[in-house]
Design a protein around this ligand. Structure first.
Ligand code: SF4
Length: 747
């Protein structure tokens, strides 16, 4: 039912003619008395058989059996290479690989796609052959963005999946628990191990009222991010409820869940709404739609379920919002944005507008944006800055074309990009703005960290709905408010936009454009995985050394990072995507974006052996060559941003022993442990300030490493403090074996 190819989803969903998701909710009922949340019905229906005991939210370590894994190409390369090292014949769980991140945007769909096919040929051939070999589905370059493909083909209410991408929660728009994980977690599940996850807390968001006028689902999540901050969802699943939740389209709910990642939440989910069934039918998933309708009353929280904490948002009074720059939780209502622009001296002239991506490229989003574009065109207006459009999938693109929506964008002279991530993941060869030039851009994408889109740290990235982006393209001013301000037409008249409008779904359903999918063959015995020994893009993995049984004594500090240190700072994307399958080569970007607390510079640290300044990866390599162990000292939420496990693999490969931080982002902390690194936190955050980059750090008590028992950090042998950790017994075994993969191969 999941996909026309007859993917394994059918077997996973039905048991004696009944939808498993409907029957297994009994598991959640056995575990909890009274009224239970929707997210708990779904999550605990996927517990591993071996799980036995009670569950305390925020404390218990769950073992879960997701029904599906989706991997995007930037993370899939290393995940597949790791899976190969585990020596298995076939993925234990239905798995798909999606070619979306590597395609660089510059000229437009045809040219960009052709260039990518040529430039990344060996990587695509490797992934395709590995998928064929290990019984995985392969979505070719141009098919679309991972989360859009999942929504169209695989997501369904009550299911659970994981994806090697932070925005996997997008599928929560169809009532699925969909969690972004690191490649190492995905490899475990591919190999038949359960997923380990600390039982999430629940953060309820009650939506009342109804969206109208310019307000859109993007404004809901922009508001939630502003209320929670980038850390506020950490350790929680955000569950939406209330009458307002029932008023949104399925793709609108997906937008909200997608950007829940910006709050640090484990995932986000909506309860059943008839719009989900409408969406399934529109995608020709009629059997699934019928099955879901049969059990609809069960697909939501029990009435009377009480949430630990609740945020209230009245959709009837919700204004459009603009978030940014540089962090997604700086949220400003449109009516106050003009003042904020002046107060903060943000560059007022916009240099580009971008719409689409997995966050906002639905039929509804694009239709509403096109309605505004058509108004402006009819008035004789033209865009005053470049507009770039990234459709989410081939199917959506074809459908939008058929409905006459894309032709409107073409009449604007928009650059129609491939169905891929493009600028959203830094794969943007931006030629109109020299690096280092301060400028502002506005986008309906979801991320706005420094340098995220165009590798220019001086680009101020603002996040807004596609409607707001489209309107601003005709003004070029950051502070233009299209709900009240006027533009002047070429004939000198005042022009004001009317409210945007558009249908939620195509009248006759989506066009069936799944020709970019390649299923694995029945007989896989003759398939060879294509990987050349001399490749500069792909490298087979050698196992990391196991722990030698001793404490880590006199480690140097490679860098003491200051402020935000996201995975983009630890291992930047953009041109480095090229080396995602080659650990030796990609390690040359390790921590090059992190700010050194000692000198406020990026990629400049004092080499404590040579006493000369050098770049971070070069210094790490020098320490490694001298057999000198090292650690990183870090601020809050280290590793925030994405699931890329390279951010853990690279420091490990270069000889790092531990990251000692005020706090960690969840996925990154798990990734570090999988690679045999110590992820430790200060018991007293003030100790971060006491440490100097020239100090020597000893980590003691490793042979007594136990869950919940702190380790001792000695600084220069002069003072000692305790460091906390969250290692489970199983994760301690990873550390001892050298990595989770070492342990798996042994087993
Ligand atoms: Fe791609 Fe951007 Fe979506 Fe990530 S958030 S999957 S980079 S489109």
């Amino acid at each position: 039912i999941g996909h026309a190819s007859g993917d394994l989803l059918v077997g996973a969903q039905f048991e004696k003619g009944e939808l498993v998701a409907a029957t297994v909710f009994r598991t959640a009922r056995r575990l909890f008395e009274g009224n239970i949340y929707w997210k708990e019905k779904v999550l605990y229906s996927h517990l591993d058989d071996s799980f036995d005991g009670s569950i305390e939210r925020g404390v218990s370590q769950l073992k879960l059996r997701p029904l599906r894994i989706a991997c995007q190409d930037a993370t899939a390369q290393m995940a597949l290479i790791q899976f190969m090292s585990a020596g298995m014949e076939s993925a234990a769980v239905p798995t798909t690989v999606h070619c979306d991140h590597l395609i660089v945007s510059r000229d437009g769909e045809k040219e960009d796609l052709a260039r990518a096919l040529n430039y990344h040929r060996e990587v695509y051939e490797f992934m395709e052959s590995a998928c064929q070999k290990f019984n995985m589905g392969f979505w070719k370059p141009g098919a679309g963005i991972i989360h859009q493909i999942v929504l169209e083909n695989y997501a369904f209410p009550g299911g659970m999946m994981i994806g090697t991408d932070s925005h996997t929660p997008n599928a929560g728009g169809l009532g699925m628990i969909a969690i972004g994980v690191g490649g190492a977690d995905a490899v475990d599940v591919m190999a038949g191990l359960p997923l380990e996850l600390k039982a999430p807390k629940v953060l309820g968001v009650r939506l009342t009222g109804q969206l109208s006028g310019w307000s859109s689902p993007k404004d809901i999540i922009n508001a939630v991010a502003g209320l929670t901050s980038v850390k506020g969802g950490t350790g929680s699943i955000i569950e939406y409820f209330g009458d307002g939740a029932k008023s949104l389209s399925a793709t609108g709910m997906a937008t909200v869940c997608n950007m829940g990642a910006e709050t640090g939440a484990t995932t986000s989910i909506f309860p059943y709404a008839p719009q989900m069934v409408d969406y399934l039918r529109s995608n020709h998933r009629h059997d699934m739609a019928a099955a879901i309708e049969r059990i609809a009353p069960e697909l939501q929280a029990d009435s009377g379920a009480e949430y630990d904490s609740v945020i209230e948002i009245n959709l009837s009074t919700l204004e459009p919002r603009i978030n940014g720059p540089f962090t997604p939780d700086l949220s400003t209502p449109l009516s106050k944005f003009g003042d904020a622009v002046k107060e903060n001296k943000w560059p007022e002239d916009l240099s580009a507008g971008l719409i689409g991506s997995c966050t906002n490229s639905s039929f509804e989003d694009m239709g509403r944006a096109a309605s505004l574009a058509q108004q402006a065109l009819d008035a004789g207006l033209k865009p005053v800055m470049p507009l770039l459009v990234s459709p989410g999938s081939l199917q959506t693109r074809d459908t939008l074309n058929d409905a006459g929506i894309l032709p409107v964008f073409e009449r604007l002279g928009a650059v129609m990009l491939p169905n891929a991530c493009g600028p959203c993941c830094g794969s943007w060869d931006r030629v109109d703005m020299p690096k280092g030039t301060s400028n502002s851009i506005i986008t309906s994408y979801n991320r706005n960290f420094s340098g995220r889109l165009d590798s220019n740290p001086q680009t101020n990235i603002f996040l807004a709905s596609p409607e707001i982006v489209m309107a601003k393209v005709f003004s070029g001013n950051l502070d233009f408010d299209p709900t009240v301000d006027a533009l002047i037409t070429p004939s000198g008249e005042e022009f004001r936009f009317q409210n945007p409008s558009g249908k939620t779904l195509p009248q006759n359903g989506y066009l069936d454009s799944d020709t970019a999918y390649k299923a694995p063959p029945i007989d896989r015995s003759g398939v060879e995985v294509k990987i050349q020994e001399s490749s500069q893009r792909l490298q087979r993995l050698a196992p990391f050394e196991p722990w030698n049984g001793g404490d880590f004594i006199d480690c140097l500090i490679l860098i003491k990072t200051k402020g935000k240190c996201t995975t983009d700072h630890i291992t930047p994307a953009g041109p480095w995507f090229r080396y995602r399958g080659h650990l030796e080569n990609i390690s040359n970007n390790t921590l090059i974006g992190a700010v050194n607390a000692e000198n406020d510079k990026v990629n400049t640290v004092r080499n404590q052996i040579s006493q000369k300044d050098g770049d971070v990866p070069g210094t790490a390599r020098d320490y490694k060559a001298h057999g000198q162990p090292w650690v990183v000292i870090a601020d809050h939420n280290y590793g925030e941003g994405s699931s890329r496990e390279h951010a853990a693999l690279q420091p490990r490969y270069l000889g790092g022993k531990a990251i000692i931080a005020k706090s960690f982002a969840r996925i990154h902390e798990s990734n570090l442990k999988k690679q045999g690194m110590l992820a430790l936190t200060f018991t007293d955050e003030a100790d971060y300030e006491r440490i100097r980059a020239s100090d020597r750090i000893s980590l003691k008590g490793l042979n007594c490493l136990e869950p919940g028992k702190p380790l001792i950090m000695s600084v220069n042998g002069e003072w000692e403090v305790k460091l906390n950790h969250t290692f489970t017994l199983e994760q301690i075994e990873y550390f001892k074996a050298g990595s989770a993969l070492n342990m798996m191969a042994k087993q």
